[in-house]
Design a protein around this ligand. Structure first.
Ligand code: 9UX
Length: 72
């Protein structure tokens, strides 16, 4: 199973922040691929919904120091 979601991320101010969030997402079990863009302040994530929920992704972002403002 593979699902794709776009996260609206708040609190990132430079490319380093985006890299931190991306690394946290990529290192999470159940995440296949993650890309975080500082310019758009969005992240796209491909994940297995039988392992992770969207709310779990939100927690991963929060634990890395940033905030998911919404899902698209
Ligand atoms: Mo850039 Mo983000 O130096 O905390 S990594 S602002």
């Amino acid at each position: 199973e593979k699902e794709r979601v776009t996260l609206d991320i708040g609190g990132m101010t430079c490319a380093g922040c985006a890299a931190t969030v991306e690394k946290a997402l990529k290192g999470t079990e159940g995440v296949y691929e993650a890309n975080v863009n500082i310019a758009t302040e969005k992240g796209t994530v491909e994940y297995d919904p039988s392992i992770l929920t969207k709310n779990d992704l939100k927690k991963v972002v929060a634990n890395s120091g940033y905030e998911v403002i919404g899902f698209e």
